[in-house]
Design a protein around this ligand. Sequence first.
Ligand code: C5P
Length: 232
Amino acid sequence: MHGFAGGPLSPQIQDERMTTKTFTIAIDGPAAAGKGTLSRRIAEQYGFHHLDTGLTYRATAKALLDAGLPLNDEVVAEKIAREVELAGLDRDILSKHEIGEAASKIAVMPTVRRALVEAQRRFAAKTPGTVLDGRDIGTVVCPDAPVKLYVTASAEVRARRRYDEILGKEATADFDAIFEDVKRRDERDMGRADSPLKPADDAHLLDTSEMSIEAAFQAAQSIIDAALSRNA
Ligand code: C5P
């Protein structure tokens, strides 16, 4: 039992996996743990397709906000979620703080999750391989992925990284407000009933609190190489 968002893999996706033999790397973790950078690096290294699944929730939230629609109407939100085009997702446009907040609100809705999980699973079946990062990839979206990584760091370290990132672009930043935001987002993502953020039982934990992105990449690479040779 992997939670109720996705349900079992559809026969079509199962068939595709059996006949085309892809290789999926599932990367989960809380906001600002470094999983985005790590995922992009891994995808580049192995020549795999990459999907930042947070962007699918963000795109749904942005479409609702832009149309002046409420964030608490599950029927409307599901309809919008079904229209999200994975090919057009752009982190620069979707990175705004308000969009992230709105995304974590609609992400508690089971029908929204089901719609997005279906699209994410179709993406995961692409060959020769895929890297998906998010909150529920190893537990719900791709429970049979041969590699699962759970990338984390303390809330304080993550807030510090966000703070430094903002200061790189803007004149001021409020560390305390960012720290509170990080904790609030964690609570929402870990506390929801449907597909809460948690490591899959078979995930490798990578705590990046005191690890550089390079060291995290090296660690991930040895895990992936070992799995690839087992799969060969
Ligand atoms: O990772 P990112 O900050 O872009 O995600 C925005 C929000 O989307 C998260 O706070 C989370 O609530 C939701 N999300 C999710 N499941 C995923 C990816 C993101 O619920 N697989």
